[in-house]
Write a protein that binds this ligand. Structure first.
Ligand code: FUB
Length: 335
């Protein structure tokens, strides 16, 4: 082969390899086409991901020592790749009874208002400690959120569940449920229409325990093809083995039988992958898992970062094990 031809062949194959590497071509064009993981800088855990209008939003816990957890930031994105920080959407100056450990936000929009459910104070003894699950309300997803009730919505330890790690699930009939609980117990309760309290179930009880085997904390629920998917975190959140497992049922009350673990550490990528939420691209069977994990170089329990990866189902509807990545996900603008 002539020298010039050889150079041309080598150049062309190098260019092909470059264009097939999204991270490299993204860097070259200056336009980010992959989110990368973490998707934004800083120590942020327990991410609640939602779609409001044409934007993705993530509401995480500010991951720091408990006494410094006196506010929450939020992040919005048009495409999962480019994120804007909205600082201090809520803080304890607006919530008189909350003073530390503001954790695990869960947000819903209803009637043009945004309701941000959060845990505060990490109560250990409901006879002595004030705190539990509260609600902030705002006219805008970026806040500022003010105290909706002036007191916690749940301030007792019921069925053994610490009042933390709330998730608000809207059923197909429009009914909203609060699903929550730490200390290896999970409860479900029917929310009143205006979220000011609960409606008892027909048997007279208000809180039903739906704890599956292995459950520790961080519950979420969603529907796909008429089935109720219940997911939760297992293991200790400060350690490497924190992870996510799931169950499927025909009702939001279960029974939920643990199927498998689908998110966990990868010793070549990160440790302690857990406490997640999921988002579905509207109108498509395309899903993302939004979770926190700890960089391999970090051992401090609070050093948790928010990441996004694809979540896929097999033909029977089971969730496939998630591959956690450094490159994250491709741009997915909302239409
Ligand atoms: O971020 C504080 C706590 O860590 C959460 O409430 C738990 O679920 C764990 O992620």
């Amino acid at each position: 082969m002539k020298k010039t031809l050889l150079i041309a062949v080598l150049l062309s194959s190098a260019l092909t390899a470059f264009s097939q590497n999204p991270a490299a071509s993204s860097r070259k064009s200056g336009k980010k086409t992959l989110s990368g993981n973490p998707v934004f800088p800083g120590w942020y855990a327990d991410p609640e991901a939602v779609i409001f209008g044409k934007k993705y939003w993530i509401y995480p816990t500010y991951s720091a020592p408990y006494n410094q957890q006196v506010f929450m930031d939020a992040f919005s994105s048009p495409d999962l790749v480019n994120w804007t920080k909205h600082p201090r959407i809520i803080d304890t100056t607006a919530i008189k009874w909350a003073w530390r450990a503001m954790w695990a936000p869960a947000i819903v929009e209803k009637g043009g208002k945004y309701y941000l459910f959060f845990g505060a104070n990490d109560i250990q003894d409901d006879k002595k400690d004030v705190g539990g699950i509260g609600i902030g309300v705002a006219d805008n997803p970026a806040g500022p959120f003010r105290d909706y009730l002036g007191k916690p919505l749940v301030d007792k330890i019921i069925n053994g569940a610490q009042p933390i790690d709330q998730y608000v699930f809207k059923d197909k009939d429009g009914q909203y449920y609060l699903i929550y609980g730490g200390w290896r117990h999970c409860n479900i309760a029917k929310l009143k229409d205006d979220f000011t309290g609960f409606v008892p179930f027909e048997d007279g009880t208000t809180f039903k325990e739906i704890t599956p085997q292995g459950y520790v904390e961080g519950p979420i629920m969603f529907m796909r093809n008429g089935k109720y998917y219940f997911m939760w975190s297992e293991g200790g959140w400060t350690g490497p083995n924190y992870s996510v497992a799931y169950a499927i049922a025909d009702s939001p009350f279960g029974p939920f039988e643990r199927i498998d673990k689908i998110l966990q550490q990868d010793p070549t990528v990160a440790r302690g992958a857990g406490h997640h939420s999921v988002i579905q691209v509207p109108g498509k069977d395309q899903w993302y898992i939004v979770y926190h994990r700890r960089p391999l170089t970090e051992t401090d329990g609070n050093h948790r970062e928010t990441c996004i990866d694809r979540m896929e189902f097999d033909e029977k509807g089971f969730i496939k094990p998630v591959k956690i990545t450094v490159e994250g996900v491709k741009a997915q603008p909302l239409r």
